[in-house]
Write a protein that binds this ligand. Structure first.
Ligand SMILES: *Cc1c(COP(=O)(O)O)cnc(C)c1O
Length: 350
């Protein structure tokens, strides 16, 4: 006989980076933006009437959707919104990856992808990055039920060109190809222009990194209207109102402050390039990152030990105890002052 426990779903969940409540900790472990979301967001929050919260929000966040569509030069019916891009990804896996063949993604990539596959029983095959942590495009020419990878990749920071993405699209006209652009605004070129030519392309972005809004949970999918409408059908079979009223207002205010936000990204890029050089001078090796983090290894110093030593000195970075990358640390780019403190502490430890 089956007990009630036997009838429970067993899953291995994604392990998010820790969010400790320690004062004065320099938090460089989950790729948050060190800068304020901006004055427009602040004003929007101050003007927000709490009485509005008694009513359900607009189910598809139409006004916010419109400003996002305009920003990218797309039509409103090419934009889908979700409660963080993690939710957009969850709905994308459920909507797009329903074939018999496995879906394909890199062996070193966002570790949420295999979790969704297990949750939905989607077969998948991990394609190994080469020794330089680059995606090998020929690995994506075989029959599949879908392809997904971040660009720039996480946690490596490696960027591929639009020609590279177009080549994969040309070899995969019968599968949805998802590009997760969580970090695209830190020096990459978005695949949005390819949407005109490739109806099977889906691009996912987030307000969490570039727009300093990890706290409100807002994610975006951009794609062809037919694909986007299927996402809405699945979303409406799950949760009619994923974006709350306050998030809709804040998201819109952020879109109207894009110049300020772009300026913050420029500061982060400048700090990143400074940090790369400092770390290289100390003997670290790393793939060339185009994201708001670096992924580094020291040939003579154990990564996990360094992780603990930094933590003891009030600096939290990310360590993944996983095959191929267990000698690396992923360090989020904070302010220039935070990075100077990081370099000081690393010098002391080494
Ligand atoms: C941070 C991140 C996300 C999730 O972003 P949220 O919108 O905060 O859920 C998705 N994909 C990648 C590759 C990320 O690094």
């Amino acid at each position: 006989m089956m007990t009630w426990q036997d009838k429970l779903r067993q899953v291995d969940p994604y392990e998010a980076g820790e969010q400790p409540q320690i004062k004065d900790l320099i938090k460089l472990n989950t790729n948050e933006n060190p800068y304020d979301p901006g004055i427009k967001v602040k004003e929007a929050i101050q003007c927000f009437q709490s009485s509005e919260l008694a009513l359900y929000p607009n189910p598809d966040a139409d006004e916010l959707k419109h400003v996002i569509a305009k920003y990218h030069g797309l039509n409103d019916n090419q934009v889908f919104l979700g409660n963080g891009s993690d939710e957009v990804l969850a709905l994308t896996f459920l909507t797009c990856f329903n074939g018999q063949e496995p879906i394909l993604f890199p062996d070193i990539s966002y570790s949420f992808y295999p979790v969704y596959c297990h949750l939905y029983h989607i077969p998948f095959q991990k394609q190994p990055l080469n020794e330089l942590f680059e995606i090998v495009k020929e690995d994506y020419y075989q029959p599949n039920s879908g392809i997904i990878f971040p660009n720039p990749n996480a946690p490596t920071g490696c960027l591929v060109s639009l020609e590279f993405i177009e080549d994969i699209l040309k070899h995969n006209s019968n599968s949805v190809v998802v590009i997760d652009e969580a970090y695209i605004d830190f020096g990459g070129q978005s695949a949005v222009p390819l949407l005109k030519k490739y109806p099977q392309l889906l691009i996912i972005q987030t307000f969490s990194k570039f727009r300093s809004l990890a706290g409100i949970r807002l994610g975006v999918a951009l794609g062809n209207p037919e694909l986007i409408s299927k996402l809405y059908d699945v979303k409406n079979s799950f949760n009619s109102y994923p974006i709350d009223r306050l998030a809709q207002v804040i998201g819109k205010a952020s879109m109207e402050d894009s110049e300020y936000i772009q300026n913050n990204a420029q500061k982060i890029i400048k700090t990143r390039e400074w940090l790369k050089k400092e770390l290289k001078d100390l003997g670290f090796v790393m793939p060339d990152s185009y994201a708001n983090f670096v992924f580094v290894k020291h040939p003579e110093y154990d990564a996990e030990t360094l992780f603990h030593e930094l933590r003891a000195r009030g600096i939290l970075v990310r360590y993944f105890n996983k095959e191929r990358i267990n000698q690396y640390l992923r360090i989020t780019i904070g302010t220039q002052e935070q990075m100077q403190k990081l370099i000081e502490e690393i010098k002391f430890i080494l």
